[in-house]
Design a binder for this molecule. Structure first.
Ligand code: VGL
Ligand code: ZN
Length: 238
């Protein structure tokens, strides 16, 4: 894994993407075992950006599923969480898609879907929430698009608008943190690379559900061109 120095980071065109920092992934039904470890470095970064003249534009993705979502094992008779099945492609009648089945998580209007209050507090109201996974028949790991890449959140449109926030320069760099490394962090970072954004993944502010998916995701993100950094390195460029 190559780690980058940040002498050249241009904060005026940098956005923070905070992925699925929600109760169910921290202490709920799909808890990432070491999720708590991301909070000290991430909160200190958010606090130092808050005191900056122009804090970076910040997006918070929120996994937000209907109660009968296709990704829930409970939606498929006899199926167990953490297994993989083929589900019908939502648009292509003769195709299926691989779907990992999860315990019910981040159900709409439940506290498990709430974004962590410490993160919201550190942002002092500056976060823009991007909901995903809201359609019953398709899962959505990336903050940009559903897993079939037929529907899109408004994240790309907002990042690529000519003035993403009042007075802000166009975005060319994203800093990615959150949960879980093997799924939603991976998919979001890879999509950001595909959009030719400079993509910096904060290694001390991401955690995964299991070692295998986490290690594979680190290799995949690097292959697509993501850079890796620790928060202290990044914060020293503020
Ligand atoms: C995620 C599994 C299911 C994630 C979301 O945020 O990484 N993982 N839904
Ligand atoms: Zn989910």
């Amino acid at each position: 894994m190559s780690t980058t120095g940040f002498g050249d980071i241009d904060w005026s065109g940098t956005a923070l993407l905070l992925i699925d920092i929600q109760e169910d992934f921290i202490s709920g039904s799909l808890a990432v075992p070491t999720a708590e470890e991301i909070f000290p470095p991430l909160i200190s970064l958010l606090e130092s950006t808050s005191s900056h003249d122009a804090p970076p534009l910040t997006f918070l993705t929120q996994d937000y599923h209907p109660a009968d979502h296709v990704s829930f094992a409970s939606s498929h008779a006899g199926a167990k969480p953490f297994t993989t099945i083929e589900v019908p492609h939502p648009s292509l009648a003769d195709k299926t898609m691989e779907q990992v089945l999860w315990p019910d998580h981040c159900v709409q209007s439940t506290s498990g879907a709430d974004i962590d209050a410490r993160i919201l507090g550190a942002l002092e109201g500056r976060g823009n929430v991007v909901q995903k996974g809201t359609q019953k028949n398709v899962d959505c790991y990336s903050g940009f698009a559903s897993n079939d890449y037929v529907s899109f959140t408004d994240l790309a449109r907002r990042l690529f608008s000519s003035q993403p926030a009042p007075g802000m320069a166009p975005v060319h760099t994203v800093v990615v943190a959150g949960l879980a490394t093997g799924y939603c962090v991976r998919a979001t970072a890879i999509d950001a690379c595909k959009y030719h954004l400079r993509t910096i993944v904060l290694t001390d502010c991401i955690r995964g559900t299991d070692a295998a998916s986490t290690e594979q995701a680190m290799r995949d993100m690097e292959q697509f061109g993501a850079e890796f950094a620790e928060t202290t390195t990044l914060a020293s460029t503020l």
